[in-house]
Ligand binder design. Structure first.
Ligand code: FAD
Length: 385
């Protein structure tokens, strides 16, 4: 007989977000087992989002800003977001909060240092998860692990390398982060700096590229060094920590699954295609999934985005992929011409029809109509554009 156990594969943001909600009360499983390959949790990433009314874990925010900058060469626009501040959570604080909540539950087990090697469906419709340190059996699986990059075909990759620095002198403008400060070259995609100032002397400096290929830390290093030099201007500084990511934007969504195997996470709908933001989307999924489990309906995957958002994100990413030289101008136009509350709602999955329309009207129609025509032709011919 298969034990009535829920197996969560991967104890990162999604796995822990669900587990800490399940830890709050009774649930229809004897046990929940989280299988995670890392040995320890470290402050390995920085999660930002705008604090809309429904934002989760705002209380964990280490910093928040009431305005941000978008810069394209000599042009810059400061966007006022005082009504919905841009907040930053250190992943280390989130992991600590989640682990404390999970420890309170006698039926949730977290197995660190277990790399999953094989997943087997048994003849009794149960699951055996093999790892490098033994195996686990259960009746239901929620798989949060990302797919291998070679199995992922996104429209563009968002590759980024960031360094948190502390400088001997005040070099940061503490009140205004640079959300996007575009770089003049676009050989491998749309490139920009992302700067989160924690104070005048401390901050996170990041180099990001939206492009067709995954870029490594080495690929980004030269631009990152130039960014650090531009900001520190020859002053002495220390690098406290660094972070790297390669997010598949506009990837074909992996099947979510049904019955007893559910795929969630960045390949299964948690990543907003046009931005790469996922933290709040993961929280909304975790909340809904925990409710569904508790009322006996079993796990659920990420809800798909509304049709109009999928269409807009898809076209936007394809235009950036095919015409990266337009990327900086397109982003700049949106932030300059559209009211901040509308853009922020749109980027935070709360976009109403009028917000979408405002964004469409701020953009030059030609590149999008051309891409739309290309996509429709591709659909008719059955090829993915
Ligand atoms: C550096 C960085 C910064 C980001 N910043 C933002 C941001 O500002 N705002 C935002 O909204 N989103 C951001 N994101 C995107 C997204 O929020 C994060 O990627 C988030 O961590 C995704 O959660 P997840 O649970 O799907 O994946 P993860 O948090 O990566 O969790 C997956 C887990 O699976 C484990 N795992 C993988 N393979 C195995 C295996 N074989 N066996 C066992 N365990 C395995 C991993 O160790 C990991 O812990 C960022 C991403 C990165 C990488």
């Amino acid at each position: 007989m298969t034990p009535n156990i829920l197996l969560i594969l991967g104890g990162g943001c999604a796995g822990l977000s669900l587990a800490m909600r399940l830890a709050k009360g009774p649930m229809p499983y004897e046990k929940v087992i989280i299988i995670e390959k890392r040995d320890v949790y470290q402050n390995d990433r920085t999660w930002c989002f705008w604090k809309l009314d429904d934002a989760h874990f705002s209380h964990l925010a280490a910093r928040e800003w009431t305005a941000f900058r978008i810069a394209n060469g000599q042009l810059e626009t400061i966007v006022d977001c005082a009504a919905t501040p841009y907040q930053m959570i250190r992943s280390g604080d989130f992991y600590e909060f989640a682990l404390t909540a999970i420890k309170r539950s006698p039926i949730i087990e977290l197995h660190l240092g277990h790399a999953i090697t094989k997943i087997v469906k048994t003849s009794q419709d149960g699951w055996v998860i093999e790892t490098d340190h033994g195996s686990f059996s259960g009746s239901v699986v929620i798989d949060t692990r990302p797919d291998a990059p070679e199995d992922t075909k996104p429209i563009v990759w968002q590759s980024f390398f960031g360094q948190e620095i502390i400088c001997e002198a005040g070099v940061f403008e503490a009140a205004v982060p640079d959300l996007m400060n575009f770089l003049p070259t676009h050989d491998d995609g749309v490139a920009f700096s992302y700067i989160l100032p924690f104070s005048e002397t401390e901050g996170l400096l990041e180099t990001t590229v939206f492009g067709p290929d995954i870029l490594t830390v080495d690929d980004l290093a030269e631009r990152q060094n130039r960014l650090v030099s531009r900001i520190t201007k020859g002053r002495r500084f220390d690098v406290r920590r660094s972070e790297y990511g390669a997010l598949p934007m506009g990837a074909v969504r992996t099947e979510i699954g049904a019955d007893s195997y559910f795929k969630v996470g960045i390949m299964a709908g948690s990543l907003r295609p046009s931005t790469g933001y996922a933290f709040q989307r993961i929280q909304r999924w975790a909340e809904a999934c925990a409710i569904s489990i508790r009322k006996g309906s079993g796990p659920i995957g990420h809800a798909p985005d509304p049709w109009r958002i999928r269409m807009m994100d898809d076209l936007f990413l394809k235009v950036m992929r095919d015409a990266p030289e337009l990327g900086a101008m397109l982003f700049y136009q949106i932030f300059k011409d559209v009211r901040p509350d509308k853009v922020i709602r749109f980027l935070s999955d709360q976009g109403e029809q009028s917000d979408c329309s405002a964004i469409i009207f701020a953009l030059p129609p030609y590149p999008f109509l051309r891409m739309l025509a290309k996509s429709v032709t591709g659909l008719i011919k059955g090829t993915r554009i």
